[in-house]
Design a protein around this ligand. Sequence first.
Ligand code: UDX
Length: 384
Amino acid sequence: MLRAGEIPIVEDGLSELVKNGLASGNLEFVLGAAHAAKDCEFAFLCVPTPEGEDGQADLRYVEQAAKELAPVMPHESVVINKSTVPVGSTRVVERVMKRPDVRVVSNPEFLREGSAVHDFLHPDRVVVGADDQTAALRVAALYENINAPVVVTDASSAETIKYAANAFLATKISFVNAIAAICEGVGADVRDVMRGIGYDRRIGNEFLRPGPGWGGSCFPKDTLALLKIAERADYRFDLLQGVVEVNLQQFDRMASRISQAAGEGGTVAVWGLTFKALTDDLRDSPSLEIIDRLIAKGHSIRAYDPTVAKSLRGYPAVVVCDSEIAACEKSDVLAILTEWENFRWVDPSDVIHHVASRHVVDTRNLLDRSAWRTAGFTYQGVGR
Ligand code: UDX
């Protein structure tokens, strides 16, 4: 598929980029790390580092790739680690490779799914970490056409930056979700509160959207991995532990809200299954966390997501529908779990004749609240 320029995931702009690379001859896909790295000056390791059994990052793919590269990398070449790895892993790669003439450099990525191409070409910063500063500067030079500050550090600092950035962003969102809960109790609107604090440049106005809780392939595994790293560094990271707990609480709170609106054994129409919009990634999706809880409470689920066709693997009981309206058929509550833009434009008067009861729980504050209320629905958002 890759050789034909076909990208098996939803990622804006990636297919065009790969097709252009193939057409110009700058990009080629081959089998095997050794085959790819033969005669190269730089080799990027971009393999997954899934969560191991005890929450620590599982380094087996990194080690495997390093082993394959070791015999073929030319003298004085550089291996660049882009995978999110525990602090100290640059040395693990060096140890596995046993090639003192090859430098290992850490160069974490901060791409978001859904805007990965844009984020790569327009990063806020580039981080390059190595104990050999000459090697770090050689890697920094690869980014000379990209307009962003380059932060050159030692290897351990670069590895720590990646975890600290993700944990900080997760902290921001858990904080917002906690403030949202307070707003509901005191009659404030969290969106105004976030606007009011976001203009403070020390706080910044991004990553302040309340929601069903954070998920995806990075935040959940990276926060747990950082807790493990802290433990090994002999520090009790109570703050980050709290951030993770607030997130679990948020799944529980949203599931209870939806369950109550549905009534006992009621059918829930779910709009959105992916962990956020503009991706087809279901890994650690808050939507699935909430569906798990709803199923445990005895609800039936009818779901629609623009990127999920037919069935949801691992969820035989969830009926996957082919449109927003079909998901609402005879449902007792409509739950918005992912912020797909299309959902915003569905006319509530088209939905009315399909539902059994008129209730909406909008965990993304996506819909036009007054339009749905005018159409006769009860509407609950988050933090409003
Ligand atoms: C994240 C980091 O942003 C990125 O820098 C890193 O390289 C990989 O991990 P990603 O997992 O693609 O990227 O998703 P992101 O956009 O950060 O969203 C993560 C989760 O937080 C999603 O579930 C999203 O819905 C949620 N979120 C995000 C909120 O609930 N509110 C916000 O304001 C922002």
